[in-house]
Structures are given as C-alpha cells and as structure tokens.
Write a protein that binds this ligand. Structure first.
Ligand SMILES: [Zn+2]
Ligand SMILES: [Zn+2]
Length: 303
C-alpha cells in the first residue's frame, strides 16, 4: 500500500496520512487526521462509507413524500441569493423560472416524464441520464420560499437536513458547470467523472459540519466548531476553484465564480459570516467613495 500519500483532513485541514480505510477499499482517498475528527462527521460519512456505497456515491432514493412535495412545487418560482449594494439579499428568480422549468432544462425532458422516472436507485441513469442531478435539484426545490430559507434550522429540517443540504450544493456546482458548457445534456455522465465521488463526499462532510455547528448554536452553547466550519468552507471553495482535482483550466474558469454558501451555512458561520459581510460592505463603500472622488475631480478638471 502507498503510505507516502498525504492529504488535508476533511474536518480540520491538517496534513495527514490517515485515510478512511473502508473508502480506500472503494478506491477513494478521504483523509481524516484523527479518530476524533472522523467521528465528528461519522453520522454523515457512514451513509456513503465503504465499498458499494462510496464510489460512486449511492445517495438515498427519493421517498414518496419527497416526490409528492416536488409535484406540489411544480409551478413555484425558485429563489436565488444575490449581493445587492454589498448586502446579501434573498431575491426570487423571475416568476417564470419554476421547478418544472428547471427540471426540463436540466433533463431535456418534460416535467411529467422526469417525475415518472425519478424514483428508484439514484444512480440508475438508463432512462434519465442526469438522474443524480435531477434528484438533487428536486431535493433542493422545497426551500424555494426565501423566508423559509432564512428561517431554516436543523430542527425544522429534521433528518433530511444532511442530504438536502448536500443536494443544494451538488445542484449549485453542476448547474454552474452546465451554464459554462463544461458539461452538457445528454452526456453529463456524472458517475463516470473522476471528480464526482470526491465532490459528493466533500459536500456531505461540509454539510455535516454545518449541521453540527447549527445544532450546537440551537442549544444556546457557544459555537465551538464555527471557525472550523468556516475554514472547511474556505478549503472546499479553494478545491472547487482549483478545478476539483482535474487540473483542467475550463473547470477552473467555470468554477471560479461558484458560490457554495447556502443560507444554512451562513447561519452556521454566525459572527464569522457577519464579519465577512462587513468586509464586503466596507470594501463596497470604499469603492463607491473612490468613484465619487474620481467623478468629482473629473468634474473639476473639466470646468
Ligand atoms: Zn483533522
Ligand atoms: Zn469511509
């Protein structure tokens, strides 16, 4: 066995040789520096750990309840987040951009066709070629109400939080790649991509850290791992913007602008998030001031 391989612990970022041995059997390098850090996110990682589950990752099939919820949301406009005047706002997409339209764009099939074939094993792509993406989009869609997104807590989300949060991130990354025409329907072939398994595992473990942070804060205790969650987000973003290990400039360019912070993650960051937003606001105000000064001096020199 190759004992020289090292990598960053998925929890703390520390350089380590320790990998999850079950996932290594499945041909996947997932680094955890210590049993303590492996245990911290084990409640999430166990869902996809080891041969038969890890590579490609086997996400749980949609429940009847999830499918019914998606049907009910068919005509609901999806929401998006945007920085407006340097302040984060939740803004709805144009009202015509509904779940039905999104699924039709993603699948190049009708909404009814997607709904008819969406249940069963997520990795069965024989009828729907981009099934893992469609399932992720569907799981993300129930958080389309902006007020709901901001108010969301692990208690309200229950046991579905992990998979839903991971799905929201999967959906963001893959739609970015589609928007930049790096991936195209009907040849998404997600399961064959070398980055697919590492991506899903990383997003799941990051989601686990978000959940742990939210749960701690819900109990009114200090956010002990808040800074760590924030740091994990920074490393995840860096990995994505570096092209997810592909070294492919197209991926690097396409993912350069990807924003993988969900409202739940923002909430988990707490003061760290506010600090971040303050930096955005201050730099925005600074830029405005410089622009105003430039405009004023240009006005003076022209008179
Ligand atoms: Zn660690
Ligand atoms: Zn594992």
């Amino acid at each position: 066995m190759d004992t020289q391989t090292t990598g960053e612990c998925l929890v703390c970022g520390g350089e380590t040789k320790n990998r999850c041995s079950r996932c290594l059997e499945a041909g996947l390098d997932l680094f955890f520096c210590s049993p303590e850090h492996q245990k911290l996110v084990w409640f999430a990682h166990r869902l996809l750990c080891g041969p038969g589950k890890a590579n490609p990752p086997v996400l749980p099939p949609l429940s009847r309840e999830e499918i019914d919820e998606a049907r009910a949301l068919k005509e609901t406009p999806l929401a998006s987040r945007a920085l407006q005047d340097g302040i984060e706002k939740i803004a709805p997409f144009p009202s015509e951009f509904t779940l039905a339209v999104q699924l039709e764009n993603m699948s190049v099939e009708s909404f009814e066709f997607v709904m008819k074939h969406i249940d069963g094993p997520v990795n069965d792509c024989t009828v729907l070629s981009g099934k893992p993406l469609l399932v992720a989009a569907l799981r993300t869609a129930r958080y389309t109400n902006p007020v709901e997104i901001v108010a969301l807590t692990p208690n309200a989300l229950g046991s579905r939080f992990l998979i839903d949060h991971t799905s929201a991130l999967i959906s963001t990354v893959i739609t970015t790649l589609i928007n930049y025409r790096i991936l195209e329907q009907p040849t998404l072939r997600l399961l064959e991509r070398p980055w697919w398994a590492p991506l899903v595992h990383r997003l799941l473990i990051f989601s686990a850290l978000v959940q742990v942070t939210l749960e701690v804060s819900e109990e009114g205790k200090p956010h002990k791992i808040q800074g760590r969650t924030y740091a994990a987000h920074q490393r995840l973003t860096k990995w994505l913007k570096g092209g997810m290990g592909t070294g492919d400039p197209a991926y690097q360019q396409g993912l350069a602008r990807v924003d993988i912070v969900t409202p739940a993650a923002y909430k988990a960051f707490g003061p760290v998030h506010h600090m971040l937003m303050d930096i955005v606001r201050i730099s925005y105000e600074h830029t405005k001031k410089l622009e105003a000064e430039a405009a004023q001096s240009a006005g003076q020199s022209s008179t």
